[in-house]
Each structure stands twice: as structure tokens, then as C-alpha cells.
Design a protein around this ligand. Sequence first.
Ligand SMILES: Nc1ncnc2c1ncn2[C@@H]1O[C@H](COP(=O)(O)OP(=O)(O)O)[C@@H](O)[C@H]1O
Ligand SMILES: CC(=O)OP(=O)(O)O
Ligand SMILES: [Mg+2]
Length: 420
Amino acid sequence: MSATPTTAPAGATRVLVLNSGSSSVKYQLLDMAGGGRLASGLVERIGEQTSRLAHTPPAGRDGTGQEGGERTREGRIADHEAALKAVAEELAADGLGLDSPELAAIGHRVVHGGRRFTEPTVIDDAVLAEIERLVPLAPLHNPANLTGIRTARALGPHLPQVAVFDTAFHTTIPEPAARYAIEKETADAHRIRRYGFHGTSHAYVSRRTAELLGRDPSEVNVIVLHLGNGASASAVRGGVCVETSMGLTPLEGLVMGTRSGDTDPAVIFHLARVAGMSVDEIDTLLNRRSGLTGLCGDNDMREIRRRIEEGDEAARLAFEVYTHRLKKYVGAYYAVLGRVDAVTFTAGVGENAAEVRAAALEGLEGLGLSVDPGRNGVRGREPRLISPGDARVAVAVVPTDEELEIARQTYALVGAAEAA
Ligand SMILES: Nc1ncnc2c1ncn2[C@@H]1O[C@H](COP(=O)(O)OP(=O)(O)O)[C@@H](O)[C@H]1O
Ligand SMILES: CC(=O)OP(=O)(O)O
Ligand SMILES: [Mg+2]
């Protein structure tokens, strides 16, 4: 395993991207020489009885005669290794298997890169060991990323594997923003600082926002709100990240699907001393049984909106806690940036939940921020403005594409020189 290839096979122009989450794998196969997205899919609920793989084959290759129709597999997929093997089988069924001579590399989303990894990196045994060492800082994510990498190396030993880190875009955050006010020696000894996550998304979305405004990224200040299952905000000044809401781990900051986001750290001492909970129990409480789930029992914003329509008070409170926190971060990052050109919503909630966008910015007219109800109500996959035409600050919805960004970075690092 140690003789890891560092360049793509000659003439190969396709990149497979694996985005392994705690219980899901998203993937895309992209042709970097102009062929676009060839196949994509999602494996959800890994480890449960109700696992599901949904695979979108290339147009016209789905076996049903319909162009680009989805193929699904239902039933238990035990772990990430089994998930990746199933993905490889689906690709092989389309003639796009990992042995295909056109495949140049596999790009992996890796959530925690610590201080060491600030750039996309070809994975060898030493890199793998370092990602493993960072597991305590991203216990929900790095283990899944590692399984993805190990399985992909076993299935495609002739291919370069590249890690693209969620933390990389945030390494520019200035020291006063990255540092916690904790005794310096202790913090340094244990690498305690703000690292930030979802960086691939914040980088992609801030750049696309500048494009939407018809301006160069170096001239534009953007607040990006990445609201998926995990959620984070960032402040990007002229294309450079200067502040973000996630910290040492992806627990800090915004209210998320199952994570609390910001709390008083003394909550932890209190629960240990008064409720007799162990550190692991509190970890599980704050990471898996808090956030929207903890407040109302549901982590899906669609379900929460449906319950609010029915008059459900717990769902309403969960929604209000969520959007109040968002508003607080918009105000804080406005202050950090001094001048804001755009506030951009992205990821599952940000792209789809018009009510969240409206509530997060409600009452901020004094900051030049408002949402046009008609524009906000329009659905679509294209980047778009949702602020009124005469707004001082643009408000935008820009669908994220972490997989495309990872593919680009992977191909730039290991792709065939003549095709780059
Ligand atoms: N149509 C929709 N309306 C409101 N919320 C939605 C909609 N579609 C998806 N979501 C929200 O997006 C979340 C998933 O976002 P996503 O970015 O895919 O997350 P992740 O990548 O972290 O798994 C869901 O949990 C749900 O809350
Ligand atoms: C870092 C993080 O929170 O990722 P996700 O949103 O995929 O859980
Ligand atoms: Mg995500």
C-alpha cells in the first residue's frame, strides 16, 4: 500500500469524489476535460436497516430508457466500506468502474486537517496516519473519511488519492479570531484553537457570489451561511476567510440538525457535577441529541415547517432558536467585515428554506439587509439574488457544490499536465 501513485494515469481526465459523512456518502464522477458530471449519488442511513443508495447514471445509461433516471437500492448497508463497494458496483454497471482507463484520481473530503494540512494533499501512509491522529478533533467525521480512503485505495490501488480538507480555507483566519482566551500553554500543548469547517463550501460559494455580482472575488466581502445538517457561517474579505463559526470541532457556532452550537462551557461541568453524566454522555448529548432534534425531536427543516403550520409550539421554538442564532452571527460578521457586499445562503436548509432566510434577516433593514418576498419564494438550482433591486447589500442563494470544488482541486494537483 505504501507505493502510492502521485499522478494520474496518462490521458485520464475523470475524477471520482467521495464525500463521506457520519452516516452518508455523497459522490460524483466528473470529467475535467469538459464532459461535466457523468454520474452522482448518495448513500444514506449507513448502518441502519433502512439504508438507501440513490445513483444517478449518465444520461441514457440508466437501463430504463429514461434519460438520467435514478436507480435505487434499499436495505441495510452495514458500514462505509460496504457503501463504497456498492457505489463502485453501480459505477461499474454504467461502464464507469474504478478500473476504467479514463479515471484519473479519487478526491476525498476530509473534515479535519488540523494545522498541518492547508492544501489538497496526495494521500500516502504518512498522510493517512496524520488524519487518524486528528480523529479526536472530528469524531463524527474523520473516521468515516478514513474508511472511505482505505476502501478506495483497496479498490483502485493504481489511482492517486487526494485529500481536500474542510479546514484548509480557514487557515487564513487571523490569530485574534482563531485563538480562544484559554491559558496559552495549555491551549498550545493540546492544539486548541478555532480551525473551522465546511471550508470547501465557503470557498466555492463566496467565489460564486462574486461572479453573481459580476465582480472580482478580491473586491467582494461576503458572509456565507452554510446551513446543512452541520451548519456554519463565515466572513470572507476579498476572497480570504477572516472568521468562521465552527471551532476546535464542528460543534461550535450555529444551531444545527443535532448539534447544539454555542453553549456556555459551564453547561458541561454542571451536567457532570449535578446530573452525574460522563464526558462521553455529554459529548453524545451535545453532538447528537441537541440542536433542532433536541429542541423538537426533528432535525429536518421541512418537517419542522410542516409542524409549525399545524400549530406545533416545540417546532416553532426550535425554528426561532435556530434563526435567532443565525441573525446574531450575521450581525457579528457584519461588524468583523465593516463593509458587506453580500450575505449568501447555501446547503440544504439555506438553499431551500425561504422562511429561514426571511427570519434570519428580519429587522436588519438598518444594516441595508432585506429579502424580497417574491424573489425569496422562487425555487431553483441556479445562483440568484433574493434582495430587492435597490438593496445596499445583496442577499443571495448559491447552491454549494463541494464535490465539484474537490474534483477541481484534485485534478489540479495530480491531473495529466497536457490536459490541465
Ligand atoms: N426543501 C427543503 N426545505 C427545507 N429544508 C430542506 C429542504 N431540503 C433539505 N432541507 C434541509 O437540508 C438538510 C440537509 O442539508 P445538506 O446540505 O444536504 O446536509 P449535509 O450535507 O450536512 O448532509 C436536511 O436535514 C433538511 O433540514
Ligand atoms: C463539518 C461538518 O459539520 O460537516 P457536515 O455538515 O457534513 O456534518
Ligand atoms: Mg454537507
